[in-house]
Design a protein around this ligand. Structure first.
Ligand SMILES: Nc1ncnc2c1ncn2[C@@H]1O[C@H](COP(=O)(O)OP(=O)(O)OP(=O)(O)O)[C@@H](O)[C@H]1O
Length: 377
């Protein structure tokens, strides 16, 4: 990898109160977040939540109804898409099919009216950077998907943008190649220090690439945090179920003490959380916990819930157990597999102990209660 100092001026991106609608329907509402200079942030959320709309507004491809976008100390409201100093990479590469790799990379430089000699040097530099030194004379169709995407990245950064926007850049590639390109992109981004915003619906991609995640749902931002904080301390039920797997139990607040809360579950079962929840007595709540926070045993104790084994599946180093509670609610438990790990037969009666210190509680949401109780993505 080349050492290229000062390829672009590092700039902070600030998105404030961004709202946009298509045909009267709000696609995004009051979206606000910052990307620090040189930082990589992922915009993450399910299909249709408004991620691309945010990206398009930042790139200047659409004019938002309200809100401000500031790059460095410049408000971009009156700056054309071309003059924003933004490099973009899309899922479908969008290379010019009739131009060679080198000509594709040189294209934005020609638009910038960079002198020919400098253009040539910059193309060489970019080809080295994305490890395609000997491919300059090929046409895009003579490259693999991964190589084409590397050219798209090279073209996006050739003009030394101060902001790089990536919209599902590896969505069309298979898993192994995705991973390789993610590692490469990280390396490139660190080398160049370009402020980067990546849009993805793939939580693993977001978690492995980004310093911070912006979680979007139905046009709104629900949480902005580091990947670990989002996993460990989700602020909403949506975030909790979208990132990683979560078991959901519906219950009612039965009793509140100074340092514990008793939750009533189906079949007169109860769960005691070791803290006072911020709910009133009688509130309907949804209690969540991760599969790795469930321990199974063959003997009941005061704090266990009876469960019946549906199936146990070995997944690489772990063993994943699908279970049902007495009322039919599905429950998933996982454990690290060892040489002596016991794999119970389907139908076995077991007892689940939930790590109540790590449970989260949210106001019950009727539409989620009627869905499958274990959310898997
Ligand atoms: N040009 C358009 N005209 C009308 N509605 C649109 C247009 N573009 C997007 N929308 C709608 O706006 C909402 C947000 O779309 P957007 O493309 O920003 O979502 P997204 O999170 O990027 O989704 P995906 O991951 O599927 O690309 C969706 O409901 C979508 O149907």
């Amino acid at each position: 990898m080349l050492d290229i100092p000062n390829t672009a001026e590092r700039k902070r991106l600030s998105v404030q109160g961004l709202t946009h609608s298509y045909g009267g329907q709000n696609a995004i509402s009051d979206v606000a977040f910052d990307v620090e200079a040189g930082e990589i942030v992922a915009l993450l959320g399910p299909s249709g939540c408004g991620k691309s709309t945010v990206l398009r507004a930042i790139a200047g491809l659409i004019q938002p109804k309200t809100g401000r976008i500031v790059l460095g100390d410049q408000d971009l409201a009156d700056v054309s898409a071309r003059s924003r100093g933004v490099g973009m990479v899309f899922q479908n590469y969008a290379l010019f099919p009739h131009l060679t790799v080198a000509e594709n990379i040189a294209y934005p430089l020609a638009c910038q009216k960079l002198p020919r000699a400098e253009r040539k040097a910059r193309v060489e530099e970019m080809l080295s950077l994305v490890r395609l030194k000997d491919y300059g004379n090929r046409l895009p169709r003579e490259l693999s998907g991964g190589q084409q995407q590397r050219v798209a990245v090279a073209r996006a950064i050739a003009g030394r943008p101060s902001l790089l926007l990536l919209d599902e850049p590896f969505g069309a590639l298979d898993r192994a190649l995705r991973f390789d390109l993610q590692v490469e992109l990280l390396h490139l981004q660190k080398t160049l220090g370009i402020t980067t915003l990546i849009v993805t619906h793939d939580q693993e991609e977001a978690q492995s690439l980004a310093n911070r995640l912006v979680l979007m749902n139905k046009g709104n931002v629900e949480q902005i945090d580091t990947p670990m904080a989002v996993y460990d301390r989700p602020k909403t039920l949506f975030v909790n179920t979208f990132i990683g797997q979560a078991n959901l139990l519906n219950g009612t607040v039965l009793h509140l003490d100074a340092d514990s809360t008793l939750i009533g579950l189906a079949n007169d079962r109860t769960l005691r959380l070791p803290r006072r929840l911020n709910f009133t007595l009688g509130s309907k709540v949804t209690i969540t916990f991760r599969p790795e926070e469930v321990r199974l045993s063959t003997q009941p104790s005061e704090s266990t819930l009876p469960v019946r084994m549906t199936v146990s599946v070995p997944l690489g180093p772990s063993l994943v157990h699908d279970l049902v509670l007495e009322d039919g609610t599905a429950l998933r438990a996982s454990e690290v597999r060892g040489p002596t790990t016991f794999i119970p037969e389907p139908g076995t009666q077991l007892f689940a102990e939930i790590d109540t210190a790590r449970c989260h509680a949210f106001p019950a949401e009727p539409e989620i209660m009627s869905e499958e109780t274990i959310q898997q993505r």
